[in-house]
Design a protein around this ligand. Structure first.
Ligand code: PMP
Length: 440
């Protein structure tokens, strides 16, 4: 087994590593200490380098490769589109863009008939917020402390022309606590109690901020990066009811949870809740070409029938992205990939992780659905003290040394393989987690 970033025996891997360290500036990182894994190719749930190492990808990269690596149908669609048209202004009409929008609205709840395309998740969130502000004439946006919605925001504030005017991002953001039973802020001991108390807290925040100043409540349907915390019963419908009571728009961020990850087309399908705006990216085309967007409900879309929507991106609805979206959704439909995520979750991941929790005291909680699971690791099951960062670092490199690419955050391992993962691959991963947790 090759430890992370070493034993690169092939010249191409060695060169990839050297060029990376010399010239690539990485996201979310102190640059000097990075030892990135070289990845040269992939197929399904596996990736490899040219030096003979193959890895089980239980990260789906950044939880985006829902359809697996190099799905032939999507690759083919991108090639075919590349031969026809590879760039087009967002203001033109084009068949593949229309088809992608139609496929996405087919998946959305009834009453969602328009799609605004972006390049990624962050700009989807930016534009959803902008739509909610312009629709309501209000400024504030409420979101939770335990959330991730993207990493942009200053560009439009820096912009000097008319487009910045209805849209001062620097103000109006308020945070609150969402439910998280394992570490309840509300001293709750049952899911129902957690839900009720979290809703009470949200009502107090809305009242304290002034309901008529609040444009939107922005939530990940299932908070992903923050820990894959499945909302307790009644919570999302309760948020919907509060939003309705005060004329606030609900934006559900499905960037990570959407497009098959939870075993549903959209995570919201399992929760009896319909928002005004839905953001997406990642799984919509498994990240084969950068793409994201906002699915817009009819009343919000109607606001911009006569009023100009000032948002826009040069590559909105990029033809390569659109072709990959159409092919991805078709393949997911025809190959039953969303159902596979659901079945694998219930029949293989859930029991596999439960067995690990039986065996390893370091697992404080197992939670998730579909191919969207978290193991929360603790130093002590009674106090729930999180496993220290140093041990987590060791776990991460031991997993990589056993040829599994993990997704770790704080004191958690997120078990997030592609939706196409097989029972054998799940068994293989569970045995690797077992080995590593047993060796601590
Ligand atoms: N929203 C959610 C829920 C996300 O998980 C992410 C990315 N992890 C984003 C938004 C931002 O997406 P991007 O990195 O494509 O800008």
């Amino acid at each position: 087994h090759a430890p992370q970033g070493t034993a690169l025996t092939s010249a191409s891997d060695a060169r990839a590593y050297d060029l990376d360290r010399s010239h690539v500036f990485h996201s979310w990182s102190a640059q000097a200490s990075l030892k990135p894994l070289v990845i040269a190719g992939g197929q399904g749930s596996r990736v490899w380098d040219d030096s003979g190492h193959t890895y089980l990808d239980f990260s789906s990269q950044l939880v985006n490769t829902n359809i697996g690596h190099q799905h032939p149908r999507v690759v083919e669609a991108i090639k075919k589109q590349a031969e026809t048209l590879t760039t087009i202004a967002p203001t033109a009409a084009n068949l593949v863009r229309g088809e992608a929008a139609e496929r996405i609205t087919d998946i959305a709840p009834v009453g969602f008939n328009k799609v605004f395309f972006t390049n990624a998740g962050a700009d989807a969130v930016e534009n959803a917020i902008r739509m909610a502000r312009l629709h309501t004439g209000r400024d504030k946006v409420l979101s939770t402390y335990r959330s991730y919605h993207g990493n942009t925001g200053a560009a439009v504030v820096a912009t000097g022309d008319w487009r910045r005017i209805p849209n001062e991002y620097a103000r109006g953001h308020v945070h609150f606590f969402g439910p998280y039973l394992y570490r309840s802020e509300f001293w709750a001991t049952t899911p129902e109690q957690e839900s009720e108390r979290a809703l009470h807290h949200l009502r107090r925040v809305i009242e304290a901020e002034g309901p008529s100043s609040i444009a939107a409540i922005l939530l990940e349907t299932i908070p992903g990066t923050a820990g894959i915390m499945i909302p307790p019963p009644g919570y999302l419908p309760g948020v919907r009811a509060l939003a309705d009571e005060f004329g606030i728009m609900l934006i559900l961020d499905e960037v990570m949870a959407g497009f098959g990850r939870t075993g549903e087309w959209l995570a919201l399908d399992a929760f009896d809740v319909v928002p005004e705006l839905i953001t997406f990216a990642k799984g919509v085309n498994s990240g084969y070409v950068p793409a994201g967007g906002v699915i817009i409900s009819d009343p919000i879309a109607a606001t911009f029938d006569d009023q100009v929507f000032p948002g826009g991106l040069t590559y909105s609805g990029h033809p390569l992205a659109m072709a990959s979206i159409v092919a991805t959704i078709e393949a997911m439909n025809e190959e039953g990939i969303v159902d596979n995520a659901a079945t694998i979750g219930t029949d293989h991941i859930a029991p596999g992780l439960a067995a690990l929790a039986e065996k390893h005291d370091v697992i404080g909680e197992v939670r998730g659905t579909g191919v969207f699971w978290a193991l929360e690791l603790v130093a002590d099951r009674e106090t729930r003290e999180p496993l220290p960062a140093e041990t987590m670092g060791r776990i991460k490199s031991e997993l990589v040394a056993r040829n599994l690419i993990p997704f770790t955050m704080e004191n958690r391992i997120h078990v997030v393989p592609p939706c196409v993962v097989t029972p054998d691959e799940v068994a293989e991963a569970v045995s690797i987690y077992d080995d590593v947790l047993g060796s601590l």
